[in-house]
Write a protein that binds this ligand. Sequence first.
Ligand code: ADP
Ligand code: MG
Length: 395
Amino acid sequence: MKLDVNALRYLSKEDFRVLTAVEMGMRNHEIVPAELVDRIAGLKHGGTYKVLRNLLKNKLVHHDAAKYDGYRLTYLGYDFLAIKTLVNRGVFASVGRQIGVGKESDIFEVATEDGTVLAMKLHRLGRTSFRAVKSKRDYLVHRRSFNWLYLSRLAALKEFAFMKALGDHGFPVPTAVDCNRHCVIMSLVQGYPLVQVKELQNPDDVFDTILGLIVRLAEHGLIHCDFNEFNIMIDDDEKVTVIDFPQMVSVSHRNAQMFFDRDIECIYKFFNKRFNLTSETNEEQNGFETDGEESGRPSFLSVKKVAGSLDKELAASGFTRKEQVEMEKVGQFIEEDSEEHNSSSDDDIDEIGDAVPIDSLKIEDQDHHYEPDGSLASRNSDGPEEGTSCSVENG
Ligand code: ADP
Ligand code: MG
């Protein structure tokens, strides 16, 4: 998806005020009545309607007049709100080229004021799975939990919380920098996804390191669930970094053993195919407690016996059971659909254009705050509105 941050520069304070009003309205309306947008935004002299036309022209909102005159945010509109908030917080100052297109995300380089380049992941739940959900699961489309903006925010919140916790426990993951709405900012990983690596100096060592990570994760109580050559980055020194966490589950998940075995199987298969590593070359010396069967692979049951409680720590950190359950449901759809639409290939690296400085974008902090029913309460706010921030404490 094209992210033309140039448009951001030309948006006024009123534009953002109305865009934020549409977002607020979407808490309890799929399509927000124009009147409600106007009431929330509170611009004088019918200003809201003029601004809405401008937002529509810039594709930041979608107009729907099927039942009544109404609007909803587009992903682009949601992107702009997140980017604006993060720029205002001083997290970064410019957006650069696109460096990745995942199954359910777009990844861009962003740069801080002092020139440090970071990675920005915009979650796009439903991009590939929406068709499947729509055709196979019509009944779910009407449920609030299948609001894609909400689910993308949840995915970002979960990814940020897990990345932070895993980093704190010494796992090789990107450094979690900040998060807002559906957007996660993290350190830029050097190197390439393993899928693009045709040759390794020490494939045995890399293989052992990767298996070791799956085992150590499980010993901490977690299973990645999408541990494959697309989500493992390798740099020139063959150092491994694991990315992409929204689908992780606890070792106490009812399908934990299946997920664990599947992660292991993926790695075996890939190393066998790409680097000709056969089971015999590795199983004997890798030192893992195995399942005692012919396969000789790390055993879930023996790992689970010693499992720590990072999963519980995370559950206690604001990522609630309810949210976890909703994420898992979405995970199922993405999985069902991903075989047809898997877009992770070498062609995916798509340059969007040169870096655009957007430090001229700062608008003053909002001086008002919205109640959950959409009504306006005046107060001074020094942060993003409640519920859009991803700090781990306030789920
Ligand atoms: P998805 O959940 O959509 O699969 P990923 O997190 O796997 O998204 O990211 C997709 C691609 O973007 C990765 O394969 C990788 O090439 C690139 N990427 C993601 N995060 C980073 C990062 N922190 N640094 C560098 N590249 C990244
Ligand atoms: Mg991925």
